[in-house]
Design a binder for this molecule. Structure first.
Ligand SMILES: O=C(O)CCC(=O)C(=O)O
Length: 305
């Protein structure tokens, strides 16, 4: 009889048993990164970034959220206040987008997510000079929130297919605090590839970009397993456009906000998706940073289904 231990992981409030979970494999910076990424569909790398720079980026983002009344004093604890002045100060989608752009483009954050340490890793993955989208997906996830299961391809496929995602935790993220998961060997699943290849969520807005099957059901159907880890400042998780992933619920009991940022990299010689390039990226629906749910007040994302 298998014993299904309780874990700190939940999805939509439902507990994920230990039989469905395994720890991600850690890759060393001295490994053959491109071969390992191709084989596993992901790379978990520790100590890529300067830890003090990550801590400073987090502090500045929390300061910005504190200024709109969403983070309690002392703001560097990162605890959601349950309140927000964001929409009063920034009433329209355009204004909210501009606030989130300003926060996402802070020098302290860009020094980490677009800095020389990660560029060195990307040059090694592509075995040529890399470049990155100017657009960045900064996420502030409050208690109970998670990202749906999906692959990234339908969201950013107007440039090269030699594109990778880099997910950067901006603090410690413990097992119950909404870690990212990938599904084991999902980068090789031909049905998922076939279903999403060529889908463009801006050109086909009536077709959902995410996977509609519940993650647990997909996992059972594929006889796969959730791979996840706890994360520390300095770590990053890199994966390709067809690796199935999402995040677990943030269950931190004290209201700690999960802060992370995802960025995209590619060879510099290849065409870049124009929606995410340049100083004024239009992103999805031409909304710029206003297309992100993180541009909404945290009081509103907390109640989004
Ligand atoms: O941080 C999350 O919750 C989701 C991140 C994600 O989907 C991505 O990096 O592609």
């Amino acid at each position: 009889m298998s014993i299904q231990c309780e874990t700190g992981f939940t999805l939509r409030g439902r507990s994920i048993p230990s039989t469905m979970l395994k720890k991600m494999d850690e890759t060393s910076l001295s490994d053959d990164l491109s071969a390992k990424l191709e084989k596993d569909g992901y790379l978990l790398l520790r100590n890529v970034y300067d830890v003090n720079e990550v801590i400073e980026a987090r502090r500045m983002i929390l300061k910005s959220l504190h200024e709109v009344g969403e983070v309690k004093e002392p703001y560097d604890s990162g605890i959601f206040s349950g309140d927000s002045n964001r929409r009063r100060i920034y009433p329209t989608t355009k204004d909210l987008g501009e606030f989130w752009k300003k926060t996402s483009e802070m020098e302290e954050l860009r020094r980490v997510i677009n800095g020389k340490n990660i560029m060195r890793v990307m040059n090694s993955i592509f075995e040529e000079e890399a470049s990155h989208f100017s657009f960045a997906w900064l996420r502030a996830m409050v208690k109970g929130k998670a990202s749906p299961v999906h692959v990234d391809h339908p969201y950013m496929n107007r440039g090269t297919d030699k594109l990778v995602t880099c997910w950067t935790p901006l603090s410690e993220i413990a097992e119950n605090e909404g870690t990212l998961y990938v599904m084991h060997e999902s980068h090789l699943w031909s049905d998922i590839r076939h279903k999403f290849l060529g889908l463009d969520i801006d050109r086909n807005p009536s077709i959902p970009g995410h996977i509609e099957e519940y993650p647990e059901e997909l996992l059972n159907r594929k006889k796969s397993i959730f791979l996840t880890s706890n994360f520390n400042p300095g770590d990053c998780l890199i994966f390709g456009m067809f690796t199935v992933h999402g995040s677990f619920d943030n269950n931190n009991k004290n209201g700690k906000i999960r802060l992370s940022c995802d960025t995209r990299f590619q060879p510099k010689s290849e065409l870049m998706d124009p929606r995410f390039a340049g100083p004024e990226p239009k992103a999805h629906g031409g909304l710029g940073y206003g297309c992100l749910s993180s541009s909404l007040p945290l009081t509103e994302t907390a109640s989004l289904k």
